[in-house]
Design a protein around this ligand. Structure first.
Ligand SMILES: NC(=O)C1=CN([C@@H]2O[C@H](COP(=O)(O)OP(=O)(O)OC[C@H]3O[C@@H](n4cnc5c(N)ncnc54)[C@H](OP(=O)(O)O)[C@@H]3O)[C@@H](O)[C@H]2O)C=CC1
Ligand SMILES: C[C@H]1O[C@H](OP(=O)(O)OP(=O)(O)OC[C@H]2O[C@@H](n3cnc4c(=O)[nH]c(N)nc43)[C@H](O)[C@@H]2O)[C@@H](O)[C@@H](O)C1=O
Length: 327
């Protein structure tokens, strides 16, 4: 015989993230970490940070000791070795090892310290180079990776499996988000190591003010990329912490992509550069297309708010105000 028992009253169900939660944001000085800090603080959460100068997150013992000491309600893992196509292909050892070590320290340390909730940030480069477009989460591990960021992608895949393993073995409420290419205030504008969008802002601005007749960009201009403003990503992170408790990673994007050539035309326009653009095809294109299927995130209620052109203009204004200061 079965008896229908009434469920608990709605307000007694334990929320995935309580109001005023204490949250450690690893990587708080970076593009993503700083946006997540702003968003969590605006929602009334207590944000805990620790600089790399006093805690290197690659080191497991001090990281675990720190997490045991502060015992946060949740951890957002936004600390990582990050860079654009050239940095990834030049320094695969650091992209593999630093990321594996940070993930091992922080995720295992959080579990050892009894942290109940953790959000791990991966990247859309985890998917196969020839994945179907838009890329659903279940395309993971279905084909070979893009060679320019294989080491980084493999480290990120290990991070996903690590969060899934803590859930499967210990019932931990640990989740993973896979953001598309991000940009915004706090980005890295160093031309050797940055991603394409901040590089284009800087190249066009400097060409305009230096009177250069031409700007040379990398690759053929034909690869397609999807760009999400980091404030939209931060909103998605909060939404996932509040509402998502599943095994599978969740893609975070805006649902639209464009060619690098089209992106260059927009940035050229925003920066009011009048000269021409040429393409250095000796530089790598990377993956041909990387548009995420965001239906899983959309079903949780996510809608990006910042259109690309506005976001570029805001990021350009931010960089003009901050370019002389240390990031
Ligand atoms: N930027 C993008 O386009 C995308 C980013 N992501 C993911 O988002 C996350 C954050 O990336 P993003 O903000 O762009 O990267 P940033 O390089 O802007 O920030 C990374 C942060 O990690 C910190 N960090 C790195 N190594 C260590 C270490 N050993 N110990 C302590 N702190 C460390 C850095 O500290 P310090 O400031 O001292 O250098 C910095 O604050 C990453 O997991 C990345 O994979 C995913 C998709 C796209
Ligand atoms: C987020 C993602 O970011 C990385 O992947 P990526 O998307 O290929 O990286 P990217 O932003 O550096 O380049 C995008 C495209 O743009 C072209 N391009 C033109 N001119 C410049 C230029 O001046 N700089 C750069 N960086 N690229 C340029 C460039 O040739 C390429 O075709 C991963 O390694 C990995 O880190 C990851 O997960």
């Amino acid at each position: 015989m079965t008896t229908d028992l009434p469920g608990p009253p709605q307000d007694s169900v334990r929320p995935l993230l309580r109001p005023g939660a204490r949250i450690f944001v690893a990587g708080h000085r970076g593009l993503v970490g700083s946006a997540v800090v702003r968003r969590l603080a605006a929602e009334g959460h207590e944000v805990i940070t620790r600089g790399r100068d006093s805690l290197d997150l690659r080191d497991a013992a001090p990281t675990e000791a720190f997490l045991r000491d502060i015992r946060p309600d949740a951890v957002v893992l936004a600390a990582a070795k990050v860079g654009g196509i050239m940095a990834n292909s030049t320094y695969p050892v650091q992209f593999l090892e630093d990321n594996l070590r940070i993930q091992l320290s922080v995720i295992a340390g959080a579990h050892a310290a009894g942290v109940e909730r953790l959000l791990f940030l991966g990247s859309s480069c985890i998917y196969p180079k020839r994945a179907p477009q838009p890329i659903p989460e279940d395309a993971l591990l279905t084909g070979p990776l893009e060679p320019t960021n294989e080491a980084y992608a493999l480290a990120k895949i290990a991070g996903i499996v690590q969060t899934q393993s803590y859930r499967r073995q210990y019932g931990a409420s640990y989740i993973s988000a896979m953001p598309t290419n991000l940009y915004g205030p706090g980005d890295n504008f160093d031309l050797d190591s940055s991603h394409v969008l901040p590089a284009l802002i800087r190249r066009f601005h400097e060409a305009r003010h230096g009177g250069a007749p031409e700007v040379t960009l990398w690759g053929s201009g034909s690869p397609r990329r999807e760009f999400l403003h980091v404030d939209d990503l931060a909103a998605a992170c909060l939404l996932l912490l509040e509402r998502y408790d599943g095994d599978e990673p969740v893609n975070v994007g805006c649902g639209e992509d464009l060619t690098i050539r089209e992106l260059a035309a927009t940035v050229r326009d925003v920066t009011e550069y009048q000269g021409s653009v040429s393409w250095d095809t000796s530089k790598p294109d990377g993956t041909p297309r990387k548009l995420l299927d965001i239906s899983r995130l959309s079903s949780l209620g996510f809608k990006p708010k910042i259109p690309l052109r506005d976001g570029i203009a805001r990021t350009y204004a931010w960089w003009l105000d901050h370019r002389d200061s240390d990031r």
